[in-house]
Design a protein around this ligand. Structure first.
Ligand code: CTP
Length: 420
């Protein structure tokens, strides 16, 4: 049986942090999946693990110092930057991320990362306050904008007896993300219904129009109350941002959310399902329409003109009527139906069976199904585990990823599916 990373060559940059010891386990996990791993340790990393240990586990020499004459003569930093299929940085410390974001070439790791055109995956790990600092947020946004893939960090207890995001993703999660990154780079090389044309990697959606719905809807009961749901809008906004970064002209129709508008996107803010449908219809035509919004299925049959008061008797019954189905309405349009209509399926049970029924019922081309049961923390959370369901019932399951990363990969896939 071929292993998922068979013959893939990974340059593993190990940064200097307490989590560096987990990079040793990562070497094992990657090799178990068939990869060849070449370790590169920063000076800081060598305070936590030895090059000898990394080399022994990798079965390859470990690289350490930019100014080692013997090493430069032997392989050289430019060759290191090219001679692999991907670069993984684990743990990616705050300092390494900062050097990558500013393009500093102050040591071997930073020089290789600056000199490379290979896909890069970083697995950040640092103190929770460092992770949450605006400087790290800025660096992360810059790196994502540069196309760097990110896995983790996870929530958990930290070395300094603090709790929060900052823990290195588990080695198996990082290995999953490497697989997904390399699979994404191979998009078009054989996923059946999902296969598409090869893309221009820089701006695959240049000249295309993309429409995205996002967030919850608010369905008023009276002037001060409404029906809503837990959607944060993060996934839809991430898709809109990724589509804009891929060169598309993007319209984002969003329900009420607490997150900033993505850069370079036209945003139409709405409250109700009916207003969302009207805004979507006005925004057509589009090449791709992605219906990420958690649209309220029902609205109160009548909206009180004034605040409904307690009058001492039984509460007034809340009578609901069904909202229009925006996705199904657009997918059924005859004249200006978008070429690619993508739905989402928020399910709490029987995710795949329900998703398969839903794609037929809604008439979309592709359905992105996710489990939104409370235990998964998807609704309102930062990560998502999605299954791509095709019209023929085929399913592709992706590892749990940051919603921004899901957005980028979905956009790459949509671009591959559009006819030239
Ligand atoms: N959707 C929509 N308009 C609606 C309801 C849903 O456009 N009135 C879209 C969502 O944006 C999503 C897809 O339909 O892309 C599926 O949403 P979901 O809530 O999972 O499905 P429902 O149609 O609400 O079905 P059910 O509640 O029975 O699961």
């Amino acid at each position: 049986m071929t292993r998922p990373l068979q013959n893939r060559r990974i340059l593993l940059v190990i940064g200097g942090g307490i989590a560096a010891y987990k990079a040793l386990d990562l070497i094992r996990r990657l090799r178990e999946r068939g990869a060849q791993v070449r370790p590169l340790l920063t000076k800081g990393a060598q305070e936590f693990v030895t090059p000898l240990a990394a080399a022994a586990l990798a079965g390859e020499r470990a690289h350490t110092d930019l100014f080692d004459r013997a090493e430069e003569a032997d392989i050289g930093h430019i060759k290191l930057a090219r001679d692999a299929d991907a670069i993984v940085v684990a743990p990616a410390t705050a300092s390494l991320m900062a050097r990558m974001a500013t393009g500093e070439a102050s040591d071997l790791a930073a020089t290789v990362l600056l000199a490379t055109t290979l896909p890069i995956l970083i697995a950040p790990a640092m103190n929770v306050r460092m992770w949450q600092h605006p400087a790290t947020r800025r660096n992360l946004a810059t790196l994502k904008g540069d196309g760097v893939h990110v896995v983790g960090p996870n929530d958990g207890a930290m070395a300094e007896a603090e709790f929060g995001p900052g823990r290195l993703a588990e080695p198996a999660e990082i290995a999953d993300a490497v697989e997904a990154m390399l699979a994404g780079d191979d998009a078009g090389s054989g996923f059946g219904f999902l296969a598409g044309r090869p893309q221009n990697p820089a701006r695959p959606l240049a000249g295309r129009r993309v429409l995205v719905t996002s967030g919850p809807t608010h369905e008023p009961i009276d002037p001060v109350r409404y029906l809503a749901n837990r959607s944060s809008g993060r996934q839809g906004h991430a898709i809109a941002a990724a589509a804009a970064a891929a060169g598309a002209e993007v319209t984002l129709v969003s329900g009420p959310v607490q997150i900033p508008d993505p850069a370079g996107v036209r945003v139409i803010a709405v409250e109700t399902a009916r207003a969302m449908l009207a805004a979507v219809e006005t925004a057509l035509p589009a090449d791709i329409a992605v219906f990420t919004a958690a649209v309220g299925d029902w609205r109160p049959a009548s909206v009180g003109a004034n605040k409904i008061k307690k009058d001492g008797g039984d509460p007034a019954p809340l009578v609901l009527v069904e909202n229009p189905d925006i996705l199904a309405t657009i997918a059924a349009r005859s004249s200006d139906r978008p070429t690619l209509v993508v739905g989402f399926a928020a399910e709490t049970d029987d995710v795949l069976a329900n998703a398969r029924r839903k794609i037929a019922r809604k008439g979309c081309d592709l359905l992105v199904a996710n489990d939104v049961s409370a235990s998964g923390g998807v609704m309102g959370g930062l990560t998502n585990t999605v299954h791509l369901v095709g019209r023929d019932g085929s399913v592709e399951t992706w590892p749990t990823l940051d919603k921004d990363e899901v957005g980028r990969r979905l956009v790459a896939r949509f671009a591959a599916l559009l006819p030239a």
